[in-house]
Design a protein. Sequence first.
Length: 307
Amino acid sequence: MSRINSMFSLLIETIIAHLLFGNAHSYLDLKLDIRAYSVLFGVVLALSNNNILYAHNFYQNDSSVLYTLIKQFEIEKNLALENQYVNNSSYSIHSERADELFHKLASIRKDITMNSIFPNHYDILLSDLNLTTKALVSANIADESLREYGLSTGLDPKMASGLLNMSVDMIMKMNETSTTNMTDSVNKHSMEKMTSMSNNQSTSIEGNQENKVVKNLANYETSVAQAKSLKILFTNYLQDAKLENSTGLMPIPTGMKINAIRELGQGIDNLVLALNRNAPVEEVYSIVHGQIHPNLFLAFSLKLKSD
């Protein structure tokens, strides 16, 4: 709570200082300043209250789109290799996805061929991209991890993609019926077995309940791998990024950016942990849209789409 209060105080001080001593010399400038800060205020407010979370849709650039596809291709290719002699079903699914992503990449960049080692080549170039692009790739990977997790729990593709646009209240209502049914089933089972349940039986039942969450293993594997990839992106390129006060209509102080990066790292760790324990979809949503995206926005001055 103290972190949120600190962020609010810093935000209010920044707004007052900018409006009183900034460069707004006209009524139009003042309107733009107020509108810009209202967006920032909303993001900080979202960080303080998960009940008002909403999805974030950032403006992309050509490089962020390209490198997101490359990361997705690498993940699917590696998962295919890992499952080649272990799980034929997962191997086939990941191989097919890798091929689809490769052809999509080839349609964007004509220099990409089947014999190329482009992932290694582009990994080297990734370090030279600006912070905004690296942050956008991270935001996209977080979104994809959420979408794949939704698919892994049995959501259809349309509904899983909708996780990127839904509010958390919509998701909770969507799961309300199924959650109630699951709770009733568990309670009934517990009453029947209460007198005879041993420790081993209890462990087995808990494990079975967790396994019920994952209905599509390949999607779950992709979701977990994407979260791990996001952690690597953060550690290698964002964690120790050189930050400066932003300029323009919505200057964000360096102190707020530093706090955002710290909270971003914690949010990514929370995502990995939530996926590992098969957390409810709305919890994963809350992490992506309540901890990861808002802090990427604050730390790296990403631009939000209004629609």
